[in-house]
Design a protein around this ligand. Sequence first.
Ligand code: PGA
Length: 237
Amino acid sequence: MKTILANWKSNKTLEEGKKWLKQFNNLIRKNSLNFDNFRIILFPPLTHLAILHLLVDKYNLALKLGAQNISPFEEGAYTGEVSARSVVNLVNYVLIGHSERRKYFAETDKMVAQKVKMAVKYGLIPVICISNLNQVNYLITTDQLPITNFFILYEPLFAIGSGQPDNPENANKFAQRIKKIVGKKTQVLYGGSVTEENVISFLSKPEISGVGVGGASLDPYQFYKIIKNAQKIKKKN
Ligand code: PGA
């Protein structure tokens, strides 16, 4: 089973999000594309989740939803924060520690660990984003990684939004190094300038369990093509 994430980041109004989902659903139906052996997860802005959740149900789409972020705190007087508890009925997954959050919102390793803890407490599956091994080591040495049921999304900083993806061979080696630290069964995903053209080169690597897609997920046709191309690899895992 391979995993493909679509991270819209801070893009799209609710209306644009609804339109994307409708077009995506039409493409899937028209071309009879099924998601067998794939886990497809969409991370829209938090404000769109309630409506998109209803639409995914209505279309009967095998698409999972995720939150792009959660609060490191339980609940209470934390203005502007959205708690894990308040999204559990809408999503199964949550992105934690994306490099943009670390860079623009001063998220520290400690906050990332706290968010992972909250996710696990409320039954959300964390997709922990890292760009270097120190970030992984922090979680290990402070004993703050869940035992099972989480993903590590490796995104080298130079590759995010740059149109310059990492070399798939390097990404594979990096995934291997992560697994050496975290455990060989860990599902490591690669993200950074993934497109319909290069998706196979990453997914066909043995240590890479999936991809995270930012820019190329904003257009439903491009994202559909990514899934379609990905299905050309028939993998054992
Ligand atoms: P990108 O973003 O595909 O636009 O490079 C990836 C990400 O940040 O998840």
